[in-house]
Write a new protein. Sequence first.
Length: 351
Amino acid sequence: MDKTDIKALNLQELTSFLTELGEKGFRAKQIYQWLHVRQVQSFCEMTNIPKALIQKLEEQCVLTALKIEAVQVSKQDGTRKYLFALADGNVIESVLMRYKHGNSVCISSQVGCRMGCRFCASTLDGLVRGLTPSEMLDQIYRIGCDIGERISNVVVMGTGEPLDNFDNLLRFIELLCDENGLHISQRNVTVSTCGIVPRMRELADRKLQITLALSLHAASQEKRQGLMPVANRYALPEVMEACRYYFAQTGRRVTFEYSLVAGVNDTAEDAEGLSALVAGMNCHINLIPVNPISERKYRQPDGRAVVEFKNKLEKNGRNVTIRREMGRDIDGACGQLRKRYVRNLQEREEG
Ligand code: SAH
């Protein structure tokens, strides 16, 4: 029999689980606190739980606890990149960004990714598997414990396509925002998608207060297809309609992410196209100079071109920011730390 992943249960399920073991209901709240507030890494740390029950839990449950494999710290802005080892030996990456308004963690939702975006390092080796809700949560818990500070914002923008791991994502958000746990406000959670239309609509129907970010990267279907294979499955008009639907259902304005690639999507014409595409929408545009990866030829436009692109959008009345690049000095694009680690391992095994 598979062991129960205890950190993926909500309080109600944990209560039923314990009742079935013949335990009293109040134990559920105690254990839930140990897991999600104190964020312990083993059952034996639960000091107000009787030994006999701890033994039962150890027999029947797994307690997901990620291991910090490596940390890179930026000397410029205190950004910290974490490499975590999962129980099955896979590794994932998460990033802590420190802002004036609080600590923000960017988590991975999958090991690898199968979306194939041309400029992205995380997708080069394909998808290994989706992360469990507890593996998503524990990235935040471990980082919070490591720095000894509260995490107030979470962005699901690391490796993976969150809407390709939909049920686990929803459970993760439920637990993350639960008042009995870490209790992060839904408004402080952002989920970024490459545009899986049916799932965007399903998410909208849940009427959560989280922010949806759409990776747009081009204002025409043709250009988008050249950058993102997912565009072959869901055409731009459908994707935009799903964004409008998200706003209609939730009242939350959508963020559009637009990675600027020199000579590909950074012309004045592109800026006009983007302006027109989002006309009349209550939205925000986030410009990100593309982070070059060694496997592809994509380059960033120079700083002036980025500002010109932004100015053009602003002149048209669009709401736009250039994403501050955090941790430039520890960089390499998203997913590079994990990739380097995996490659090193492979070389060691081959050598
Ligand atoms: N799969 C989701 C979330 C993970 S990617 C999505 O596509 O939105 C998070 C964001 O980083 C996306 O907007 C993605 O397009 C962008 N991104 C990936 N690689 C990048 C790179 N090398 N430079 C700039 N942005 C990149």
